[in-house]
Design a protein around this ligand. Structure first.
Ligand code: PHE
Length: 493
């Protein structure tokens, strides 16, 4: 085949010649495409039969316009030749040479002082002209040297373009031989039958070769990062919360969190409410009564919101907007256990928000949440835990910014300095749950709860360098991205 032929030609040529100075020329003399020759060169170099050196070549090519001038003469010459000794009218001349040639050629011919345009007639100013442009174009076409000044004028007239291409110069390598020895890649049945396996030379294993991708299932990056974060929580002594209920009542998603019923997040613009079943059947009645009280008139040092709390509003079913709904259920259960036992809980699961979808937002995503419930916890504990937790994720420099959540006071947004992006990026939200929430559940006065939440998608996108969330999750997810993504190693700075 072509490649064997090319291989023989290269090795054969180098037997009696020092170098092949230009692989392009060689390719055309052998009658093989350069890219095919290139793969032969790579292979021969691999066996050190030859050595190659990159060369860069440049050459000027005629544009289509210029090609016609090389054949028929430059436009200015065509115009000149079309002018008879006695002169000719403009209209006549234009008809003779065509309007395109007339336009370009006449102005150039005037500039060259070959013709002049009078009131009536176009007439010759000289008897003979040399069509040097045509000659130059022909020289370039034939690959002859042309001096820089002429190149510049032709370039300015857009008659030539520079073509550059890469090639190789070749010479013998340390293991040069005029012919490549056939080496066996496999021991075959035939080798054994013939008995020539003793004499064949076998090809060495190439341990540097790029492996074939394995056709197996791949873990989605979100799963990988989820597992890594799960391990951090487990190492820090946290227990996982049951998050298997996407449908939640407004009561557990909002009311129990001391989020007033007229809060904008409770609008259908922000939250997906269920049509069927539209309301929940069961709520803990005496706790519900206490929640109503704390919203309406307050307690535990709080004035409450001072509005009429409606049970119908609390009964509305929705797709949970945050995993804090789960934390709230867990804290309520914990508060019922006497005596009080401290707990650390975590969850990583899906939440839903009625949001306009764009490159960083989807209507569903995953939240990571950590909750610590103990006596006498302070903001200092929260900051300490956040530093520990995010350091395990690789975010060692944190900043906190005061924020507002209806259910935490104080609240802090968490920022991490990202070296790669060279800026502070928001990585989470946190706070200490309010007494209006905790005392209503039945916790003793000295028990406090520190908690934080973040999305799973955000750190995953930063870790994997994905800038459109739709490539990661949802109907447009990019399967190739998932197949080719690296395993997760936390510590992204
Ligand atoms: N629920 C908050 C959110 O959805 C996160 C959060 C969790 C904030 C716990 C404070 C405490 O953004």
């Amino acid at each position: 085949d072509d490649k064997t032929r090319a291989e023989r030609s290269i090795l054969g040529f180098l037997q009696s010649n020092e170098v092949i100075s230009d692989s392009h020329q060689f390719a055309s003399s052998v009658g093989i495409g350069h890219s095919e020759l290139e793969s032969v060169i790579k292979s021969l170099c691999g066996f050190q039969l030859i050595e190659s050196q990159d060369i860069k070549k440049e050459r000027w090519l005629l544009t289509d316009e210029a090609k016609s001038y090389a054949l028929n003469g430059s436009p200015e010459a065509q115009v000149f030749w079309a002018v008879p000794a006695e002169g000719i009218s403009r209209a006549e001349l234009e008809k003779k040479v065509g309007s395109q040639i007339f336009k370009i050629g006449s102005s150039q011919a005037i500039k060259n002082k070959w013709v002049e345009i009078g009131k009536q007639l176009v007439s010759r100013k000289v008897d003979h002209v040399e069509d040097s442009v045509k000659d130059l174009l022909k020289n370039i076409e034939d690959g002859k040297m042309v001096d820089d000044k002429d190149i510049a004028t032709l370039k300015k007239r857009k008659l030539i373009t520079l073509q550059t291409w890469k090639g190789y110069s070749l010479k013998k390598g340390p293991k040069y031989a005029p012919e490549r020895k056939k080496v066996a890649t496999d021991l075959t049945r035939e080798h054994l039958l013939r008995g020539d396996w003793k004499d064949v030379e076998f090809k060495d294993y190439n341990l540097d070769v790029q492996e074939q991708p394995i056709e197996i299932g791949y873990l989605h990056p979100l799963l990988e990062v989820r597992e890594a974060i799960q391990n951090i929580f487990l190492q820090m002594g946290f227990e996982e919360m049951p998050t298997n209920n996407f449908v939640e009542s407004s009561f557990w998603n909002f009311d129990a969190l001391f989020q007033p019923q007229q809060h904008p997040a409770r609008d259908s613009h922000d939250t997906f409410f269920l049509k069927v079943p539209s309301t929940t059947r069961e709520l803990p009645e005496d706790y519900l009564e206490k929640v109503k009280q704390v919203h309406e008139i307050g307690g535990y040092g709080s004035l409450g919101y001072r509005y009429r709390w409606k049970r119908e509003e609390a009964e509305k079913n929705l797709l949970r907007t945050h995993t804090t709904a789960v934390s709230t259920r867990m804290l309520y259960l914990l508060a019922q256990k006497k005596p009080f036992t401290p707990k650390r809980y975590y969850s990583i699961d899906r939440v839903f928000r009625n949001e306009a979808v764009d490159r960083t937002h989807l209507a569903e995503f995953h939240q990571i949440e950590g909750v610590i419930c103990d006596r006498n916890l302070t903001l200092g504990h929260l900051i300490g835990v956040l530093n520990d937790f995010f350091a395990s994720l690789g975010m060692k420099k944190l900043r906190f910014k005061p924020a507002y959540n209806p259910y935490t006071e104080p609240s802090m947004e968490i920022f991490s300095y990202h070296e790669g992006l060279d800026k502070w990026v928001e990585v989470g939200n946190s706070g200490m749950f309010r007494p209006e929430m905790l005392r209503t559940m039945g916790f003793p006065e000295d028990v406090s709860v520190i908690a934080w939440g973040l999305s799973l998608e955000r750190p995953t996108m930063i870790l994997y360098g994905i800038n459109n969330i739709r490539d990661l999750f949802g109907p447009k997810v990019d399967f190739n991205l998932i197949k080719s993504s690296k395993i997760c190693r936390l510590g992204w700075q």
